[in-house]
Design a binder for this molecule. Structure first.
Ligand code: NAG
Ligand code: NAG
Ligand code: NAG
Ligand code: NAG
Length: 165
């Protein structure tokens, strides 16, 4: 029981802080989703590369030196992706993926190149990965119920600890 509660608390905080697409969460096709990613604050971002390993060299979204580079973008993402915050304030490079289809299911990798003041070059480094699972309408299973119940368990856990102390 205790393990279950603390796991819920962890996920509650996780969702609360980031509004994440968490591992295993099912998204119904046709929706717009945000895949969160946040780079180190206050270090200038030179490039952002969102990719999915199974697409090889073709990227989901690539940004460099103030521009979105579309040359080698995988065609299925054309006109469907954007950065949530184009200013990338506070290192926020979260990806918006619009009108998802079942073919968007996969593991998305967020890579960012940041140039420290004393550095000549900046390499792309993996900041985070997000799993996305898209299902056809009517196959959501219990995911909506799970989203609702997680905060409740998290709060119960906090309350229980409060009484125990
Ligand atoms: C997705 O975003 C587009 C515009 O960016 C909007 O027109 C559309 O209604 C959104 N779709 C959903 C399901 O929210
Ligand atoms: C990114 O910015 C958007 C819009 O300002 C905000 O809603 C979101 O929580 C931010 N995400 C992260 C990971 O900082
Ligand atoms: C969303 O995608 C579906 C299937 O790819 C397409 O039929 C539909 O027109 C798209 N909707 C929008 C608003 O782009
Ligand atoms: C998914 O990809 C397959 C194979 O490329 C294609 O036949 C199918 O139309 C795609 N489905 C959607 C919903 O885009």
């Amino acid at each position: 029981m205790a393990d279950g509660s603390s796991a819920s608390l962890c996920c509650f905080m996780f969702l609360g802080v980031f509004g994440f697409v968490s591992a295993g969460q099912k998204i119904v096709s046709g929706q717009n989703v945000t895949l969160p990613c946040r780079a180190k604050n206050k270090i200038s971002i030179v490039a952002v590369n969102w990719r999915r390993a199974d697409l090889g060299e073709k990227y989901v979204l690539y940004y460099q030196d103030g521009h979105f580079v579309k040359d080698n973008q995988h065609p299925s993402f054309k006109n469907r992706v954007d950065l949530q915050d184009r200013q990338m304030k506070d290192g926020n490079v979260s990806l918006i993926l619009k009108n998802v289809t079942i073919n968007d299911t996969g593991t998305y990798e967020c890579q960012v190149a940041q140039r420290e003041p004393n550095q000549e070059i900046a390499d792309l480094q993996i900041i985070s990965t997000s799993e996305l699972r898209v299902v056809p309408p009517g196959q959501t299973g219990g995911s909506v119920g799970l989203k609702v119940s997680v905060p409740v368990f998290g709060l119960l856990f906090v309350v229980a600890v409060g009484f125990a102390v």
